[in-house]
Design a protein around this ligand. Structure first.
Ligand code: BGC
Length: 749
């Protein structure tokens, strides 16, 4: 250790020792005790210059990976000079250690860096994209995948993930829908909790946990016309009922940080919103972590038109409650002058720095700044067998069977010949989807490989690419038709490229891109049975495919183990159980469409003057919660244990679910409610609970849910969170459309 570094670490340890008469912070796990933590933070703060403090509020990309419009040359100089407290887009035990050494050994105080990264759906072992993973409706599994992501990422020197993304997403045109948990507030809130628990574990001080980030606060998914970064305008009621709850759930799970959203809401850019960050997040919810801006989002307050220059932008963001400036260098450049001019206060800066330092202590970085950079752990853990098995299981659970006429699926493993056609059939590159962090597509197993490993040695596989994902080139059609002609059955793997969803990847059309639909038409002319395997990052318009193709499997971008997982489902080694976390429209014209719509004053009927389209029904192609199985399930009537519910008791809602088919299967039993009359309009259905059960053929299980007044609460006409007495309907079923129902009254005692 260099002399300078010894001095700096010594300064910090000495300060802490003076306060506690023990060297605990330098030699042991960080204490959970809040008072001790505060004292440690104060002790470091007391040694810091204003420049060093502002450095802690600054986050720069390493340029190792680029996730935004700018990169920063000279970030290493910034580290050495103590001008930056956190680095993102850098990973690898050795690389991050080398950067950490600069901070610890070459700066005056040796305050360690925090390393952040978008560890969204896996780190090296890539799980299905979040929209796909949510189709599993399996929260334990989703927690486990976040845990594994944290284990791998932390072994590669990372401390902090920019996940979960919990933006309610109801617009299939918006590319970032891929990164979300879909359209529903209840389901997304569950995912939010599972992910925060998985990433953060029970002890942030352990060397295999990551600080998690709830992002993007808030309403980013409501971007007008599905165009990324576009404006948002919504009522406070919708904001609070639909968009905020997943974020509140994250706070309740102890999430360490929040990220601002790029969008404005009703004229105020989120990154400058005191209402969001000060009033709601810290005021109403008592959030005590730190807030980071999104990538150059502070700078973007200028084009938004609320700041004339970058100094004003910095002042607005700090005032709103943004503690750390991602990549924009605005805090670094302007806070000293803004302080001098009295535009911002020392207290505001101190508070932001404290929030950040607390997490450096909680992570144990002052105790051992290199604890997350461990090449041995990296070698042992990254992409290990256990993680790959989990990736395969998760991919299987995520796959949704959309159509299966005449039970054409599953296929027989001893089938004589199979044509495998399509740009995604033998494709590795797209399988890991967008935001796949450090994931390397060359680790992914293709569908072709997966199928080859499952079929019998006598099965002939005839492959043809047929077409590109997104081009006008039809020159591969004839080869595709030829291989179809000489095969017993055809599997077509079609869809989008990974980069057609994710950030800055909105589409105005949501059907199969390029000439892929024409390729299906040509292949169908052979008269062979066609199975469509879809890979995509958003709900697609599949109206034509649904009318013309006998079987459709939605596999999203299923991750590193996509091939084996899809093959197991195609050949019946696994029974699909995924359910859509998002509505699939009949046409882009229905978008945004979601199951929990309001009824309107003129609900659709035969009468012309009702709320409908001239050319298509209001109903979606595939409703929220929908997904088929290789078996069938029958639901009994809904039984209630009473007809009246009060604030002090609960209502038991039960159904018998029977597996009426020939194979074992899993079913997601879903419960929805409707408040029939209230002081404000209520959605026609709202998901309030679900259970995933496994049933053997012929087996019946009684599934019971308990509803209490909390499940019925909403914002009344005066914006009070309450329940109003009156009639409620409760629905239980296999998706949001196919349900049985019963009624009860909520009564005040
Ligand atoms: C995205 C964030 C991401 C950040 C850092 C931004 O462009 O909106 O979700 O965490 O980049 O990569």
């Amino acid at each position: 250790m260099e002399k300078k570094n010894r001095i700096s670490l010594n300064i910090i340890c000495a300060a802490i020792i003076m306060l506690f008469v023990s060297a605990s912070a330098c030699t042991q796990q960080p204490s959970d005790d809040d008072a001790q933590l505060e004292a440690k933070v104060d002790s470091v703060m007391s040694l810091m210059t204003m420049e060093e403090k502002i450095g802690q509020m600054t986050l720069y990309t390493s340029g190792f990976d680029q996730t935004g419009p700018t990169v920063r040359e000279g970030y290493k100089e910034d580290i050495r000079a103590g001008r930056v407290g956190a680095i993102f887009n850098a990973y690898g035990a050795e690389f991050n250690r080398s950067l950490q050494e600069m901070a610890v050994e070459e700066t005056r105080l040796g305050i360690p860096l925090i390393f952040g990264y978008d560890v969204v759906h896996g780190h090296k072992t890539i799980f299905p994209i979040p929209l796909g993973e949510t189709a599993s409706w399996d929260m334990d599994l989703m927690q486990q995948t976040a845990r594994v992501a944290a284990v791998e990422a932390s072994a590669q020197g990372l401390h902090w993930t920019f996940a979960p993304m919990i933006d309610i997403s109801r617009d299939a045109r918006w590319g970032r829908i891929a990164e979300s948990a879909g359209e529903d507030t209840y389901l997304t809130s569950k995912v939010s909790r599972a992910k925060v628990r998985g990433f953060q574990g029970t002890d942030l001080g352990a060397n295999n946990t990551l600080v998690s980030t709830a992002k993007h606060f808030v309403a980013y998914g409501a971007a007008k016309a599905g165009r990324d970064y576009h404006t948002v305008d919504m009522s406070d009621r919708t904001l609070r009922e639909v968009y905020l709850p997943p974020f509140k759930a994250a706070v309740e799970e102890g999430v360490g940080s929040f990220m601002t959203a790029f969008n404005e809401i009703g004229g105020v850019p989120a990154t400058a919103s005191e209402y969001l960050f000060t009033d709601i997040l810290r005021g109403e919810w008592d959030f005590d972590g730190f807030v980071v801006s999104d990538y150059t989002a502070v700078n973007e307050l200028i084009p938004h038109g609320v700041a004339a220059d970058s100094a004003e932008a910095g002042a607005l963001a700090l005032k709103a409650g943004v503690d750390m400036d991602m990549q924009g260098a605005i805090y670094h450049k302007h806070l000293p002058d803004l302080l001098e001019e009295g535009v911002v206060s020392e207290d505001q800066i101190n508070e932001a720095v404290r929030r950040i330092l607390r997490y450096k202590f909680k992570l144990g970085l002052f105790e051992d700044p290199y604890r997350y950079s461990d090449t041995e752990r990296e070698d042992e853990l990254v992409l290990n067998e256990e993680h790959l098995d989990l990736a395969e299981e998760t991919a299987q659970e995520s796959i949704v069977l959309l159509k299966n006429n005449d039970n054409v699926l599953p296929l027989d493993e001893n089938i004589g010949s199979l044509a495998l056609i399509g740009p995604l059939a033998d494709n590795q590159r797209e399988l890991i989807g967008s935001w796949s962090a450090a994931g390397d597509y060359t680790d992914a197993v293709t569908l072709r490989k997966g199928i080859e490993n499952v079929v019998s040695s006598g099965t002939e596989i005839n492959y043809a690419k047929g077409a590109d994902i997104n081009s006008d080139d039809r020159s591969g059609f004839s080869e595709a038709v030829q291989v179809a002609n000489r095969s017993d059955v055809v599997v077509m793997a079609l869809g989008e490229a990974a980069n057609m969803s994710g950030e800055a990847a909105s589409r105005s059309e949501i059907d199969l891109p390029g000439v892929q639909q024409d390729l299906i038409r040509e292949v169908l002319k052979t008269g062979k049975t066609v199975i469509l395997v879809l890979m995509n990052g958003r709900p697609l318009d599949l109206t034509w495919e649904d009318e013309n193709v006998p079987a459709i499997l939605e596999t999203w971008f299923a991750g590193t183990q996509a091939g084996p997982a899809i093959a197991d489902i195609l050949f019946g080694d696994d029974n699909p159980s995924g359910k859509l976390p998002v509505t699939f429209p009949r046409s882009v014209g229905q978008v945004p469409i979601h199951y929990d719509m309001k009824n309107t004053g003129r609900p659709m009927s035969e009468n012309k003057y009702t709320s409908k389209y001239l050319d298509i029904p209001n109903s979606p192609l595939y409703p929220f919660g929908y997904g088929l199985s290789y078996t069938s399930f029958e639901y009994s009537d809904v039984n209630l244990d009473k007809t009246e519910l009060t604030a002090s008791d609960s209502l038991a809602v039960s159904v018998d679910v029977t597996n009426t088919g020939d194979v074992e299967g899993e079913e997601v039993v879903q419960l929805y409610i409707r408040d029939m009359t209230a002081s404000v309009t209520r959605p026609v259905k709202e998901l309030k609970d679900f259970k995933k059960i496994a049933l053997a053929p012929g087996e019946t299980s009684e599934v019971t849910f308990y509803l209490s007044h909390e499940d019925l609460e909403f914002y009344d006409i005066d914006m009070n969170w309450t329940v109003e007495p009156g009639e409620f309907k409760v629905f239980v079923g296999t998706n949001s459309r196919d349900v049985n129902d019963a009624s009860f009254e909520y009564v005040t005692q």
